[in-house]
Design a protein around this ligand. Sequence first.
Ligand code: NAP
Length: 305
Amino acid sequence: MLTQPQAPALFAGLLRESLPGVPVWESADLAAPDAVAAIIAWRLKPGTAGRYPNLRLICATAAGVEKIIDDPGLGKDVAVMRTVDPLVNIGVAQYVLLMALRHVRGLPRFEAQQKEHAWIRHRPPDPYGVTAGVLGMGEAGRTVASLLHAAGFKVMGWSRTPKQLPGVDTVAGADGLAACLSRSKVLICTLPLTAETRGILDRRTLGMLPAGAYVINVARGGHLVESDLLGLLAEGRLAGAALDVQEVEPLPADSSLWDHPGVTITPHIGAQASVACVVTQFAENWRRLCAGQPLVNTIDRLRGY
Ligand code: NAP
């Protein structure tokens, strides 16, 4: 059964081709609760999962699953998978590179000068002189880190467990976070939103960044305490931020983030998994489930990602 992904008919058409003979319902109203064994969704309204006694698999149409697993009625025996689309990781990395270079190369200043017809040169920074810190060294974070390294940044990557990535100085754990923050002139968040990472970008951690640092959040709005960011911007401690994701989406029209000259807001456009990728990965797991084989791209319910 499909619930709330964009264009359910597109998903349903491809699903019927991929899994002939398996009934597919395009909305919750059409399905008999005990007939539903799997759900494909971007978000589950709390209380949804508990309505389906034979539910065995939920497939998130996105990389993040926080809007799926916060349903208290979700049984422990229900497997949750996410979609891992390599093109999403590239899209996220492109977004980060765009925003990082825009800031580091001072593009807003030249755009302002152009309005004044002012042809004034400013020295670009040493291309290897800027350290970018990437929080999260998973599918997205590793792609971001590699692209930033190729673009001439010094890159530090932080994760829960130690990682190795060519050209990237990797650190882990609480000490690793402090080391990463203290050096990052550009800080990028690619963490999953979990109980441990919610609000991780707050006054304390953002205050550990070098003066004049720039923050790029391409993960989830819940990672950032927006009022703390605005406070540090007002104090001149931080130079600015690019926020692809916000705590409340769509960002309310009266949010102060809209009007801050140092803040760039985008409406969660980092990247989105393709319908084909979601369906292919779901169908693979459906076949595995039916054959009693281990599933792929599942998340650890306790860890939250
Ligand atoms: P992933 O492959 O699961 O990677 C998550 C990374 O975060 C891992 O390296 C993990 O460490 C690290 N991590 C998790 N909890 C941590 C903690 N408490 N302390 C330190 N490190 C921690 O996830 P992904 O596919 O890269 O996606 C990450 C997030 O990006 C998604 O959840 C989603 O919210 C966001 N996203 C946004 C967009 C967009 O359009 N804006 C698009 C795609 C994804 P370990 O490696 O040690 O486990």
